[in-house]
Design a protein around this ligand. Structure first.
Ligand code: SAM
Length: 203
């Protein structure tokens, strides 16, 4: 299929999507909010007063939900892109993969992080396998960061694509966390290879 035909199909699908319409009505910046909300309703990961890192946060719907749901929490988000200000969320513009940015995040919380959520994904190339590998690398680094820096009872949530890195990431999660679950929220598009991994309590 030609590239402009693919994008036309995508635009039509996006317009018909009930979650897109709902997010506009409810004032959220992206339909992605409903994935986090559904994950939280099932796994109860967002609690009051905890320290939260939001990786790959632009345009900001997860941060909006975190800020609403978790009162008195300290929240730091990072993205390659700028994010319009959200109440109670500090935003860092930069590459999460750079060590200097990871140090800034750790110092911001004084080594006291309770929850890391990652919706990071590379710009899609149209090659679903390649996209899964590149996004897998981001998930793996987010997990490494979480294993090193989360509190003992902390929680790590990440987007994960079915693909060659999937098993490796799940295996690593099971070695390092006591509870590991894979979940595809109802609002995640059926034709997407996307899943989410929820990991609780460092071993
Ligand atoms: C699917 S979007 C996130 C949507 C967001 N959770 C929301 O609710 O609005 C994925 C984001 O990951 C970001 N990203 C990709 N690689 C990154 C990296 N190395 N460091 C920081 N952000 C990254 C992209 O810039 C993009 O904004």
């Amino acid at each position: 299929m030609k590239k402009n035909k693919i994008s036309k199909n995508w635009i039509n699908k996006h317009r018909r999507d009930i979650y897109v319409r709902k997010s506009k009505i409810e004032g959220y910046r992206s339909r992605a909010i409903y994935k986090l909300k559904e994950i939280d309703q099932k796994f109860k990961i967002i609690l009051n007063g905890i320290n939260i890192v939001d990786l790959g946060s632009a345009p900001g719907s997860w941060s909006q939900y975190l800020s609403e749901k978790s009162k008195n929490s300290k929240i730091l988000s990072i993205d390659l892109k700028e994010v319009t200000k959200i109440d109670n969320v500090h935003h860092l513009i930069g590459n999460f993969m750079e060590e200097k940015n990871q140090s800034i995040m750790i110092n911001f919380f004084g080594n006291n992080i309770d929850l890391v959520v990652s919706d990071m994904a590379v710009n899609t190339t149209g090659n679903k396998n390649l996209d899964a590998i590149s996004t897998g690398e981001l998930s793996m680094s987010a997990m490494d960061f979480s294993i090193k820096n989360l509190n003992k009872n902390g929680c790590f949530l990440s987007k994960l694509f079915m693909g060659s890195t999937f098993n490796e990431i799940v295996e690593k999660a099971k070695k390092n966390f006591k509870e590991v679950k894979i979940f595809k929220p109802p609002s995640s598009r059926k034709d997407s290879k996307e899943n989410f991994i929820i990991c609780k309590k460092i071993r």
